[in-house]
Design a binder for this molecule. Structure first.
Ligand code: XMP
Length: 514
């Protein structure tokens, strides 16, 4: 399907995915490519516009990420942001050097609102700056269209050649009119029409899946998480009963979660799909017996999941296609898109290797950011509650029980977690906290209950606010809510006599315990 496209050329800055998301919020499709991408490839992509991102280097230093000056001669509009703007100036004959005053934070910028980039933008507007270098002198042909008290060249344009550069970051929400500026670039400068709409995406994807699959059989590993649920419903709309969804209950799900997934996707739910629930709890507990080391536990759970799934696939037989819930950040983070380093290889029940002889892997959400997956889910009529679930890791409670996993420990953490979630929702905090859960520590301690000495387990509560799950801050839950949760846990969960609250951010701690 051909659609208009803006490309982001990634120079390794921290906000690169954000740039692409902001452009998509303007209803224009946007993809990220490494700065090493050949010009020939860019020509082939034929974008309506190019955005050069920020980056950690100084463009005048040897070995810094660079680009070919022909990039600016292709007749395609270019917008450089921060490093991208400096690089454009450097390559085209301007002068970039270390700034006498480093600008960082919210800074007032005076802009020339007659520039197409700043149409409808206030003449003095607050923008997010973060730079050590600055453009001392714009390249020949360019005019200055913004400045601050410490930065004489905060934005430049060469209108006839459709080249623009800005020193600040319009993609960051602290730049109050940043989205307007990006929208001006894609609509006023690049002439986009705005054809990236979720309803059209859903409809087009369904049609294209139908064509690809023909009469073939499709298998989907369904975890009940957002990505695999959206992928399954999309596939079901596309190919109906040629699809089978396999849901493996590994006994490490939250309380009642297996039944909840079955309620939505099983025979009594709103979707008419072949749904197989495999109750493999005992099998997983057997494999995990005596194992304490976190990585080993993760590996065992991942491997066993695949074995169960493989057995089910063989029972169904002659399956041509496997569905995976890969989403765009997975593609970028695995190094296939931009410049970001490979972050962490998680076991994701959607992310299976092609261990059975499938003809093809279908990844209907490969182009979407998480918030777009959620919008696609709503478009497909998936309940709001399911679409906005908080993330739950593939290895499940297996990595929220420190040390050896047993059925008894799973029961303790399930019950404690259910109480915690119930009280957080009752206090109206469930929508504002990024992720929260109970974990079972390996610590037992002395207590007293009804005049008797106890020697029982300690539960740890965790709650974090996070935007991207790569870093996180501790969420500050009111004491009275924590007190209520602790009280209920020690009273209602057998063999737990102590409740701790984790006040560590990430880094240094990770969100999960193992
Ligand atoms: P960490 O513990 O790495 O977690 O700070 C960051 C986010 O990732 C989730 N997580 C996982 N998700 N498979 C997943 O699908 C995994 O193995 C896994 N480990 C952690 C975690 O819940 C948090 O949202």
């Amino acid at each position: 399907m051909s659609r208009e496209k803006i490309i982001v050329i990634d120079f390794g800055g921290q906000y690169n995915q954000l740039v692409a998301r902001r452009v998509r919020e303007c209803n224009v499709y946007c993809e990220i490519y490494s700065y090493k991408t050949e010009l020939e490839k860019i020509r082939e992509i034929n974008p309506k516009g190019i955005i050069l991102t920020g980056g950690p280097n100084s463009c005048y230093e040897e070995g810094a990420a660079a680009c070919d000056c022909s990039l600016f001669e292709m007749g395609i509009p270019v917008l450089g942001l921060c490093y991208g703007a400096q690089l454009m100036m450097h390559v085209l004959g301007g002068h970039v050097c270390k700034a006498p005053v480093r600008e960082y934070g919210r800074i007032e910028v005076a802009v020339d609102s007659s520039s197409p980039l700043f149409g409808n933008v206030e003449e003095n507007t607050i923008c997010w700056m973060s730079h050590n270098d600055y453009i001392e002198q714009a390249a020949p042909g360019f005019e200055i269209i913004a400045h601050t008290s410490d930065c004489p060249v905060a934005a430049v344009q060469w209108k006839e050649r459709q080249l623009y550069g800005i020193q600040f970051h319009p993609e960051v929400l602290h730049t109050i009119e940043g989205t307007k500026m990006l929208s001006n670039f894609v609509y006023q400068v690049c002439g986009c029409a705005g054809d990236w709409k979720m309803d059209a995406f859903v409809e087009n994807t369904i049609n294209s899946i139908r064509k690809t699959v023909g009469n073939g059989k499709v298998l989907c590993a369904l975890s009940g998480g957002v990505d695999s649920s959206v992928a399954a419903v999309m596939l079901s709309k596309a190919v109906g009963d040629q699809l089978t969804c396999v849901f493996v209950d590994h006994g490490l799900l939250r309380k009642n979660e297996g039944d909840e997934v079955e309620e939505v996707f099983g025979p009594n739910g709103p979707y008419d799909l072949h749904f197989i629930r495999v109750n493999a709890q005992e099998r997983f507990y057997r494999k995990l017996k005596g194992i304490e080391e976190p990585e080993q536990k993760r590996k065992i759970i991942g491997e066993e999941f695949i074995r169960v799934f493989e057995e089910e696939a063989k029972k169904i037989g002659a399956v041509d296609f496997l569905v995976q819930g890969t989403i765009y950040p997975d593609v970028v983070e695995s190094g296939l898109g931009g410049e970001s380093a490979v972050i962490k290889s998680h076991h994701n029940v959607g992310g299976l290797p092609d261990f059975v002889d499938f003809k093809e892997i279908l990844e209907p959400l490969r182009d979407l950011f998480k918030d777009e997956v959620r919008r696609a889910g709503l478009e497909l009529g998936i309940p709001h509650k399911l679409v906005y679930r908080q993330p739950f890791p593939g290895p499940g409670l297996g990595i929220r029980i420190v040390g050896e996993v047993t059925a008894e420990k799973v029961r303790m953490v399930q019950e404690a977690d259910a109480i915690y979630r119930e009280e957080i929702a009752r206090a109206g905090l469930d929508k504002s906290i990024g992720q929260y859960f109970a974990a079972l520590t390996n610590m037992r301690s002395v207590g007293v209950m009804g005049d008797e000495r106890t020697y029982d387990y300690a539960v740890a509560l965790r709650a974090v606010s996070t935007v991207d799950f790569m870093t996180a801050e501790v969420a500050q839950i009111p004491w009275e809510v924590l007190g209520r949760v602790a009280n209920r846990i020690v009273n209602e969960v057998q063999n737990v006599s102590r409740v701790l609250y984790d006040v560590t951010g990430k880094p240094p701690a990770t969100i999960e315990f193992e």
